[in-house]
Write a protein that binds this ligand. Structure first.
Ligand SMILES: [Fe+2]
Length: 311
């Protein structure tokens, strides 16, 4: 009998196409009768999301996950369930967003209509290639982006439980993609920025939106507005356009709150981190001025439920 490590080793040697992210590895196995088969492996300690990808009217669509090994904790529609070997998540039968927590390595057989799978697989490959580019330029930004994405999705799910998470997911992940176009000596400058330098930094919103609008992946093009609006303020004093209140999308309002909180609680080159309690006070101060009050309320509730932990 082969051990898990040996099986892993064989899979590595087979050079099957794969998409590697910080949460999962999708290894393409092959296709038959219009269905693509892959191995979807969740990395221990990760949370990821499974949701129905096709249009509602497409009856022939298949998207199914069968647990092969490990224990998977799933939260859907406010209910928590545990799935084990042989259990199936069929997104057509249950199109709600499934939040999947893997305490240990969880392996699933992932079956999907081939045309969808191919597009999805290629898109994810490109997205993670671009994500790695951000990591190469700025390690901080990369980890910051993953955290922003995770918390933005969680907040989005609480506020809009029935709507798709994929636009928020890529929009929040790439919210600072425009920083790739900003010189590093300005981005990482310790001390005060000059007015000109500050104006250059502000351009990361419009430059980023431009990069998204021209992106080869449709999902990223659709999420460009989040990148463009993530530094707008509820009172209209933000940038680049000075949008106010509900002129700012809920998606961008969420990213703005999560982004600000993460920046406050993380050490940066130009200042030390605040404590969680200090950052919570800042969020309350900014409620209705910098931030959308509804988003702040939900954010603080979420934090409280996590015992004010942020990691
Ligand atoms: Fe930003």
């Amino acid at each position: 009998m082969l051990t898990m490590e040996q099986i892993q080793d064989i899979k590595e040697k087979m050079h099957l196409p794969k998409v590697v992210t910080d949460k999962s590895v999708t290894t393409y196995i092959g296709n038959a009768n219009g269905i693509s088969y892959s191995l979807y492996t969740l990395i221990p300690g990760s949370a990821s999301w499974i949701h129905y990808t096709a249009n509602d009217d497409d009856n022939s669509f298949t998207e199914r996950y069968t647990i092969l090994s490990g224990e998977l904790e799933v939260e859907r529609e406010g209910e928590k369930i545990f799935l084990y070997q042989g259990d199936v998540i069929d997104t057509k039968m249950n199109p709600a967003v499934h939040t999947c927590y893997a305490k240990e390595t969880v392996e699933m057989l992932f079956e999907m209509t081939s045309s969808f799978f191919e597009r999805n697989f290629t898109e994810r490959f490109i997205i993670h290639r671009d994500a790695r580019k951000i990591q190469e330029v700025d390690g901080y930004t990369y980890h910051h982006c993953s955290r922003i994405r995770d918390y933005s999705i969680e907040l989005w799910k609480r506020m809009e439980p029935t709507r798709n998470v994929s636009i928020v997911s890529v929009g929040s992940y790439f919210h600072d993609i425009g920083k790739l176009a900003i010189p590093l000596e300005i981005l990482n400058k310790p001390g005060k920025l000059t007015k000109e330098e500050w104006n250059i930094i502000k351009m990361h919103t419009t430059l980023g939106a431009e990069m998204m609008k021209n992106h080869e992946v449709e999902r990223l093009r659709e999420a460009a507005f989040i990148v463009e609006e993530h530094h707008e303020r509820y009172d209209g004093k933000g940038y680049p356009y000075g949008l106010a209140g509900n002129e700012i999308s809920l998606e961008a309002s969420i990213v703005s709150v999560v982004d600000a909180f993460d920046a406050m609680t993380t050490d940066r080159v130009y200042r030390g981190a605040m404590t969680i309690e200090e950052a919570i006070e800042e969020m309350k101060d900014g409620k209705g001025t910098q931030f959308n009050p509804r988003v702040v309320d939900e954010f603080l509730k979420m934090l409280e439920e996590k015992n004010n932990k942020w990691d």
